[in-house]
Design a protein around this ligand. Structure first.
Ligand SMILES: O=C([C@H](O)CO)[C@H](O)[C@H](O)COP(=O)(O)O
Length: 210
């Protein structure tokens, strides 16, 4: 199981500083939506240049204008871009094609996707699927303890990522879904001791996989 470090709601310099500190405990880097919105596509380019060997996910959350947004992100150095599962299928297929042309990949964010759509999306066998509890739901409505990823069971033979308030306390709960990637933002980036938080998370994953 890989840890994708989500870098959100901070400056690019701070994102680089935190990533350097926890680099040995994380596997993939996510340039968060908030960084892309606040600092632009340049944030992808800058971060990829500092960490050229780590897979970089640009969390652009494309919902339209797929070719243009894919070109921007892939040319800036992204290995994977995110597209919203609620987008028109033509948008998702364009992202898949743009990624395939460059031997890169896409992550389909399943935020607010209903079961009918989910069943259509499953056909995209090469994509990574991200079961996601949104920031707004985490902070304003749904309790993390009550939130269930059960409806994503039908994705069992697809590559799965899980995101949204993931911390060391979530590991047991998400283990049955066997995700390839867990996306962790604030549990590391907002921790008083970020290195300790990242180390403990990595150790608990390694322990679980033993
Ligand atoms: O995708 C994200 C969210 O929508 C904000 O853009 C975050 O990267 C994701 O939720 C991980 O962050 P945490 O929830 O802080 O772990």
């Amino acid at each position: 199981m890989y840890i994708q470090l989500a870098l959100d709601r901070m400056t690019v310099d701070k994102a680089i500083k935190i990533t350097k500190e926890v680099n040995c405990y994380i596997d993939w880097i996510e340039v968060g939506t908030s960084l892309i919105k606040e600092f632009g596509i340049k944030s992808i380019y800058t971060i990829k240049n500092v960490f050229p060997d780590k897979p970089l996910v640009a969390d652009i959350k494309t919902i339209d204008n797929a070719k243009y947004e894919c070109e921007l992100c892939f040319e800036a150095g992204a290995d994977i871009i995110t597209v919203m599962g609620v987008a028109p299928l033509v948008t998702i297929e364009t992202c898949l094609n743009e990624a395939a042309k460059r031997k890169r990949n896409i992550m389909i964010d399943l935020l607010n996707v209903n079961e009918t759509t989910l069943r259509k999306l499953i056909e995209y066998k090469d994509a990574i699927f991200c079961a996601h509890l949104s920031k707004d739901e985490q902070e304003l409505s749904v309790s993390k303890a009550e939130h269930s990823f059960d409806r994503f069971n039908i994705l069992e033979d697809r590559t799965l990522a899980i995101a949204g308030g993931i911390s060391i306390d979530s590991i047991e709960k998400i283990k049955p879904f066997n995700p390839l990637i867990i996306i962790v933002g604030s549990a590391i980036t907002q921790a008083a001791d970020k290195v300790k938080a990242a180390r403990e998370l990595k150790q608990s994953i390694l322990f679980m996989e033993d």
